[in-house]
Design a protein around this ligand. Structure first.
Ligand SMILES: [Zn+2]
Ligand SMILES: [Zn+2]
Ligand SMILES: [Zn+2]
Ligand SMILES: [Zn+2]
Ligand SMILES: [Zn+2]
Ligand SMILES: [Zn+2]
Ligand SMILES: [Zn+2]
Length: 342
């Protein structure tokens, strides 16, 4: 029986008024006279679709949906469409270079880069000079798979993420290393690689110049926060290095290999005092260590205090489940010397 109860023709009758895709992604909403719909992909786009179509969703939950990407035969159960769309090998993306106007299925990205963007295609262990307001976009190849590096410094913060293009094995991570003039000090951050989704991870969103309504992090949304895996103030990194950042390198790595790495030097000298202050929980004043959480606007709070509170004691905003990975990375180095809890 290959009838999946929802031929493409029926699905195509229910189009999202915002993105034009079928609407079968929860929460599905409609306007007051039920003349148009909005899909869950577009929840963040302002519109008058404020009525949730609960019954419709309940019915839809019994159905399965063919992937709408040309060339993909996958049949997707309700509830998993977004996840599939974010990782489908045939999903069409705008070229991540941010300049060329081409769109293509993601499985053509590598060949597109080899033809048009060879200058930003690299093997592993990508090294580059740090420059304020600098952008480093690179397609890195590691063990036959490709990864997109987004690395950007604005006037005071370094931002970076690495995205998978054609899948990633579970044990593969990326590591950024910052090096200064003092060769005995360095700072590294290790982060998770996530699938590239051009509507969520746009190089122009990162640079605050994207105006697209369908990009969650574009300038269209004035209260947006950048959603990058790594972000840290340049001054904090400089403090760790004891100098300006001379160069950076990015590596894609197997976890198996990481465990063989010798532990880093730790943090020494005068920098330690102010660093320790940054790592103090604002409530209990203990040194924080992973997991460190934050409020909606970014104040850090320790795991233990977070459990006791719902609002940030500093600003009254809600506490969230977002982790401060950058702070955790510092804590990891410092706590070897100081933490009382571990
Ligand atoms: Zn939509
Ligand atoms: Zn698909
Ligand atoms: Zn291109
Ligand atoms: Zn964008
Ligand atoms: Zn605390
Ligand atoms: Zn706060
Ligand atoms: Zn600890």
């Amino acid at each position: 029986m290959d009838y999946h109860g929802n031929p493409r023709a029926v699905i195509d009758n229910f189009k999202c008024s915002q993105c034009g895709k079928h609407i079968f992604v929860s929460p599905i909403t409609t306007n007051s006279d039920t003349t148009s719909y909005k899909c869950g992909r577009c929840s963040f786009v302002p519109s008058d679709h404020t009525i949730r179509m609960k019954t419709f969703e309940e019915l839809a939950s019994f159905l399965k949906f063919p992937c709408t990407n040309e060339g993909c035969d996958v049949i997707i159960p309700w509830g998993q469409i977004r996840n599939h769309e974010a990782t489908c090998n045939q999903r069409v993306i705008s070229c991540p270079c941010g300049v060329c106007p081409d769109t293509y299925p993601i499985n053509k990205l590598v060949s597109h880069f080899l033809v048009k963007h060879l200058d930003i295609t690299s093997t592993n262990n990508k090294q580059f000079k740090a420059t304020r307001n600098g952008l480093h976009l690179t397609l890195i190849t590691f063990k036959q798979l490709s990864y997109l590096l987004f690395f950007y410094e604005d006037h005071d913060t370094v931002w970076s993420s690495v995205y998978s293009v054609n899948g990633r094995p579970d044990n593969v991570f990326f590591q950024i290393n910052f090096n200064g003039l003092n060769k005995t000090k360095s700072f590294s951050f290790r982060g998770e690689i996530i699938p590239f989704n051009d509507q969520e991870h746009c190089i122009n969103c990162l640079r605050d110049i994207c105006k697209k309504v369908f990009h969650k992090y574009s300038t269209f949304y004035p209260n947006r926060k950048k959603n990058m895996t790594f972000s840290m103030k340049i001054s904090t990194i400089e403090e760790l290095l004891g100098s300006f950042i001379e160069y950076c390198s990015v590596n894609i790595m197997d976890e198996t290999k990481l465990t063989e790495d010798k532990p880093s030097e730790g943090i020494k000298g005068n920098n330690q005092h102010s660093l320790l202050e940054d790592l103090e929980c604002p409530i209990c004043q203990e040194l924080m260590c992973a997991p460190i959480y934050s409020c909606e606007i970014g104040h850090a709070i320790c795991n233990i205090c977070k459990k006791k509170l719902t609002k940030c004691p500093l600003c009254e905003n809600k506490l969230t489940d977002s982790r401060c990975f950058a702070l955790e990375a510092i804590a990891q180095k410092v706590e070897k010397l100081h933490c009382n809890q571990c």
